[in-house]
Design a protein. Structure first.
Length: 174
């Protein structure tokens, strides 16, 4: 059996460097000198998800939306996916926006991180995953230590239920 631990720690015979190895799944992983670890093209050592779930009728209450994450160190927003079990029955616009909050900014006063808010009314069917389109103002996508991420829902959330949201982030050095 191949022992990757011995090669990484330098206990393996010889001085050959590890460039990459293929694992049973068929994906390639790589360990770099900078401490990076990637599977395929995704840097998994520094990438993480912030999951948010509003179960049942919880999405219908405005107080259940707001701050979802406080950055412990510098990171960048890489994406957002949203799904709902029951779409709203409201005839007006019902949208979801992801925002960056700095300092003492209140919910709704931050920088919009989606170029267009996600339409949760006529925008799509229930039980389908929708990817938000991030803003082209890339500086807004960076969270400094202490910055927050917030969700802003607008419109009447009548009947909206079982909302699941995943925000993908990546730690990065200053």
């Amino acid at each position: 059996m191949y022992d990757i631990k011995k090669e990484i720690t330098g206990e393996a015979a010889g001085t050959e460097e590890i460039q990459s190895r293929t694992v049973k799944t068929g994906h390639t992983f790589a360990v770099t000198d900078e401490g990076g670890l990637s599977v395929g093209s995704k840097d998994i050592a520094n990438t993480f998800d912030v999951p948010v779930q509003l179960k049942g009728a919880d999405p219908q209450t405005a107080a259940n939306w707001g701050t979802i994450y406080i950055a412990p160190r510098r990171c960048t927003v890489k994406g957002i996916n949203v799904s709902w079990g029951t779409e709203t029955t409201d005839v007006g616009a019902v949208t979801l926006q992801l925002e960056r909050l700095q300092g003492t900014e209140a919910s709704g006063a931050g920088d919009d991180l989606l170029s267009t808010a996600i339409d949760m009314d006529s925008g799509g069917a229930a039980n389908t995953v929708y990817a938000g389109t991030l803003t082209t103002t890339t500086a807004w996508l960076t969270l400094e230590e202490g910055n927050r991420l917030g969700l802003v829902a607008s419109g009447t959330m009548a009947a909206l239920a079982d909302v699941a949201i995943v925000v993908e982030l990546e730690y990065n050095p200053a």
